[in-house]
Design a protein around this ligand. Structure first.
Ligand SMILES: *[C@@H]1O[C@H](CO)[C@@H](O)[C@H](O)[C@H]1NC(C)=O
Ligand SMILES: *[C@@H]1O[C@H](CO)[C@@H](O)[C@H](O)[C@H]1NC(C)=O
Ligand SMILES: *[C@@H]1O[C@H](CO)[C@@H](O)[C@H](O)[C@H]1NC(C)=O
Ligand SMILES: *[C@@H]1O[C@H](CO)[C@@H](O)[C@H](O)[C@H]1NC(C)=O
Ligand SMILES: *[C@@H]1O[C@H](CO)[C@@H](O)[C@H](O)[C@H]1NC(C)=O
Ligand SMILES: *[C@@H]1O[C@H](CO)[C@@H](O)[C@H](O)[C@H]1NC(C)=O
Ligand SMILES: *[C@@H]1O[C@H](CO)[C@@H](O)[C@H](O)[C@H]1NC(C)=O
Ligand SMILES: *[C@@H]1O[C@H](CO)[C@@H](O)[C@H](O)[C@H]1NC(C)=O
Ligand SMILES: *[C@@H]1O[C@H](CO)[C@@H](O)[C@H](O)[C@H]1NC(C)=O
Length: 809
């Protein structure tokens, strides 16, 4: 029995000492990924990988299987770590030999992450071991095992989510094992089957286990193997089962003086075998026992065959046989009793370098030398050989590919329909999955401390719209009061229609102009939004957020009364309505005002609030064209000072969706930043964010504009009415800001505070440039160098600003 010594080093090191060998396993790292607790499995401690310094990026997500496997042997698979962007584990190594690396993947679905749909790459020390890996095929548990030399005293395991269509994905892993392999486990050379030469240089390659077969035996689980391998029975691969029979082992396996250790294969492998099935003793026949292994025909493979004579008795000399791999003779007249050792039941193995045949098979046959003789095989291992190190560049963290809005890039209204159906499906699915969460949402009165956690599962659904304790009761208005203010909801007073109802202009008795938002009676979805909005509005107070004057919840009515905004929506001033054109300075000021409002929301209370529906139609302008952000129906409290929350259903407006949120239900303040980036571009170009009447590549404004921005030609698509009025430096700053807001991953986007700062700077550039150089013409070809001050300010201000303003702004 192994004697366990436990060292607590920087992380932890476990050394195993097996009495049969002086070998100690070192550099052992076992991680229970995505978990906060360690777990003991097969005499190993899988440590929690949380909060440790081995992860390059702390934004990865811990996921728990809501329906974990009941079998306690599968406890490792109850959690997973999810990576939404390239992330590495990196740790120190003492040894310089071969390492065994195992990844455990057990997909499940939780918190909007469907791990079955994850697509990603995994590379280790320069070898790309998994390409476009997806854990959806065949079995539920995927264990990937590799052997490689690290090439340095650090081991770096990188997970890179696919950024390709149909949508950016994420990566995950449930458990990781790393330990130094016993020295003799992998040798540097192997035999070619059709040549007397040897293949040299195996240690320079990475190997991936493809098959590990206990021929004639039963399954061997990691707990029964010396280095936690899994060996499976051979029945499935045996061609013509009648040709062979299981050997009846009679002897103990004798490892002594064989040069073969238990690490190569345990007794349970060498102790079982398949031998020739003598169908008729009176008429001896000669035939092959063949195993067929489908493999990838374009890859080289290392084939290891294990032999141990457990069938002969010392007096007989029956066991002389040929071994074929494919059609090539790998061993001729193999006589185990003569080959190296004198004693029976001595383990022996041989490595072969094999190129599969074109049909994609590695066939292994043993053939008795003569009729009446026997042939045997005890074990087979087949490993895929990876090309030389150095083919993977590990620094592909900044992929340029972006997918703005799923499906819309393929264009046309058909695509829009399909997107909508996907949204509906997802929403339905999530609704079903997270019933408890929806309940919590429907009764949300105060910022939820932990959204969607089981603590809320027992919250009974409220059936009335009576406001909660946090709502200011002084704001209650009577229905009669509102009726009179709106001339009994006169259609002439109608100024807009929102998702949840109509908006009327009204005048209170004291002469105050108000906007009256009346919920459609009986609209269940509207009720949630009404309550959410009431909740947010009653708490916040900011000069760039629409101000709540009162509300009414009489009978089935749900009415919000807020300050009236003389100049309507920003959207109406940009296009569609024939309103006066806003100057660039005005537009910048409007953007700055809105950014201030959203920044206030994001930093409101310790938790912050996410608006979730930032768009030009929700930015209102007062008589002085000062901006106020409105419509908090979808607003949501941020649950934790960290930046992530998994939302139950996609909400928001087409054209403004944060692609990351769309894909992963991953809701953060950065989703608002994305939407705000779309607003900025809308302000510059003055056209709808989605316009299906335009050519395909122009349908999605943000996507289209970003292409121009990246080419440095944003100037070419600005609102023609602004031509010649924007200073190139102001536009450049503005364009950079837009680009960063529209970054694919939330973590790469600036905070609202940073956006605000950049917009103010763009305004400054506009104003000082205009006063200093009134003749300045912002023609397309203007290519003068940036202002000198431009350089002194932090141009990539994200990090800088975040550092100044703290993690949560
Ligand atoms: C684990 O180790 C203990 C002692 O260290 C031993 O008694 C036990 O049999 C081992 N279990 C396995 C599965 O090897
Ligand atoms: C590995 O380390 C051992 C001793 O530490 C040394 O003898 C050996 O040459 C090293 N091998 C390589 C390939 O660096
Ligand atoms: C992985 O997917 C990308 C994008 O779909 C593709 O370009 C690449 O060829 C794929 N690679 C492999 C090895 O399948
Ligand atoms: C994953 O690997 C494939 C094949 O090597 C490559 O084509 C693809 O770009 C990689 N994906 C990422 C996100 O690096
Ligand atoms: C082995 O045979 C294959 C064709 O069957 C050939 O392509 C390969 O080069 C041969 N290998 C050696 C080492 O001769
Ligand atoms: C595996 O180990 C268990 C004890 O841990 C033992 O009872 C069982 O017989 C072993 N199985 C094989 C195939 O050796
Ligand atoms: C066994 O298989 C090999 C390789 O396919 C073949 O060359 C040989 O003739 C076979 N032997 C018998 C007895 O069928
Ligand atoms: C076989 O390997 C090639 C090259 O690595 C790869 O492109 C192909 O997808 C693989 N085929 C299968 C079936 O895995
Ligand atoms: C061996 O491999 C070939 C593919 O090249 C396959 O057609 C054949 O059935 C396999 N089995 C035997 C017993 O030859």
């Amino acid at each position: 029995m192994p004697e366990l010594l436990f060292y607590s080093f920087f992380f932890f090191f476990i050394f195993f000492q097996f009495p049969s060998s002086s070998f100690t396993l070192s550099d052992t790292y076992f991680f229970n990924c995505g978990s906060t607790t360690s777990l003991s499995v097969d005499n190993r401690t899988f440590a929690a990988d949380s909060n440790s310094h081995i992860l390059s990026d702390t934004s990865s997500i811990l996921l728990k299987d809501p329906n974990p496997p009941l079998d306690s042997r599968l406890d490792l698979y109850k959690t997973a770590r999810v990576f939404t962007r390239p992330t590495s584990y990196e740790f120190d190594l003492q040894g310089n030999g071969t390492f065994v690396i195992r990844f455990h993947f057990y997909p499940f679905s939780s918190q909007g992450y469907n791990l079955f749909s994850a697509v990603f790459n995994v590379s280790v020390s320069g070898f790309q071991l998994l390409s476009n890996f997806s854990a959806q095929k065949s079995s539920r548990i995927h264990i990937k095992e590799y052997f490689l030399t690290a090439g340095s005293n650090k081991l770096k395991i990188s997970f890179t989510p696919s950024t390709q269509s149909p949508s950016p994905s994420f990566a995950f892993v449930n458990a990781i094992e790393v330990f130094s392999a016993p020295d003799d486990l992998i040798a540097d050379k192997a035999s070619y089957v059709n040549s007397s030469q040897d293949y040299i240089g195996l240690l320079e390659q990475a190997l991936e286990s493809v098959y590990r077969i206990n021929v004639g035996g039963s399954k061997i689980t990691p707990s029964n193997d010396t280095v936690w391998r899994t060996w499976v029975p051979d029945e499935e691969y045996l061609f013509l089962a009648q040709a062979a029979k299981k050997a009846n082992p009679t002897t103990q396996i004798n490892y002594e003086n064989t040069g073969v250790s238990r690490y190569i294969a345990p007794e349970s492998v060498y102790g079982t075998a398949r031998e020739v099935n003598t169908i008729s003793n009176s008429m001896p026949m000669k035939f092959n026992i063949t195993w067929q292994f489908p493999v990838n025909s374009s890859e080289k493979h290392l084939v290891r065959l294990h032999f141990c004579d457990i069938v002969s008795t010392s007096s007989t000399n029956q066991l002389i046989f040929n071994v074929y791999i494919g059609s090539s003779l790998a061993e001729s007249s193999l006589d185990l009793s003569k080959i190296r050792y004198k004693s029976l039941a001595s383990p022996y193995y041989e490595d072969y370098m094999v190129e599969p045949d074109k049909a994609g098979y590695i066939n292994i046959s043993v053939e008795p030398k003569e009729a009446g003789k026997n042939a045997i095989l005890n074990g087979v291992e087949i490993m895929k050989v990876y090309p030389l190190r150095g083919v993977v560049s590990e620094s592909n963290s900044k992929k340029k590919d972006r997918i703005l809005l799923i499906g819309l890039s393929i264009g046309g209204s058909l695509a829009l329909v399909s997107v909508m159906s996907v949204v509906c499906l997802l929403a339905l699915k999530c609704k079903k999955r997270k019933e408890e969460a929806t309940t919590a949402e429907s009764t949300m009165w105060s910022p939820l401390p932990v959204y969607g956690e089981s603590t809320y599962s027992k919250t009974p659904e409220r059936t009335t719209a009576s406001p909660g304790p946090h709502i200011n009761l002084g704001l209650i208005m009577t229905f009669a009061e509102i009726q009179s203010a709106t001339n009994n909801f006169d259609t002439n007073m109608l100024i807009g229609s929102g998702g949840f109802g109509d908006v009327y202009k009204g005048v209170l008795r004291d002469g105050t102009k108000v906007a009256v938002k009346r919920g459609k009676p009986g609209c269940g979805q509207g009720r949630h939004e009404f309550l959410a909005e009431l909740n947010v509005l009653s708490k916040i107070h900011h000069r760039h957020l629409v101000f709540l004057i009162g509300y009414c919840v009489e009978q089935s009515e749900m009415i919000l009364v807020s300050e009236f905004m003389e100049n309507g929506t920003l959207k109406d001033h940009l296009y569609g309505k024939d309103l006066s054109c806003l100057s660039w300075k005005q537009r910048l000021q409007i953007c700055i005002g809105s950014a201030r409002g959203i920044h206030y929301l994001h930093t409101f209370s310790a938790q912050g609030i996410i608006h979730r529906d930032v768009k030009s139609a929700n930015i209102l302008l007062d008589e002085n064209y000062s901006a106020k952000v409105a419509d908090f129906g979808l607003s949501r409290a941020v649950p934790s000072p960290e930046h992530s929350v998994v939302s139950s259903a996609i909400k928001g407006s087409f054209g403004y969706f944060d692609p990351e949120y769309f894909k992963r239900f991953h809701l953060t303040q950065k989703s608002d930043v994305y939407s705000f980036g779309v607003v900025l571009i809308e302000v510059l170009c003055a056209r709808p964010v989605i316009d299906l009447s335009l050519p395909r590549e122009q349908v999605n404004l943000a996507e289209w504009a970003l292409q121009w921005q990246k080419k440095g030609l944003l100037m070419q698509i600005i609102d023609p009415r602004l031509a010649g009025t924007i200073h190139p430096d102001s536009l450049r700053k503005f364009g950079e800001t837009v680009e960063r807001c529209l970054a694919e991953y939330g973590v790469d986007r600036p905070t609202m505070g940073d956006v605000l700062w950049n917009l103010e700077y763009a305004l400054q550039l506009q104003e000082t440039a205009m006063t200093r150089e009134p003749h300045e013409d912002s023609s397309v070809n203007a290519s003068e160098p940036p202002l000198p001050e431009f350089r002194r300010l932090p141009s990539s201000g994200v990090k800088y600003w975040e550092r100044l303003s703290g993690h949560n702004e």
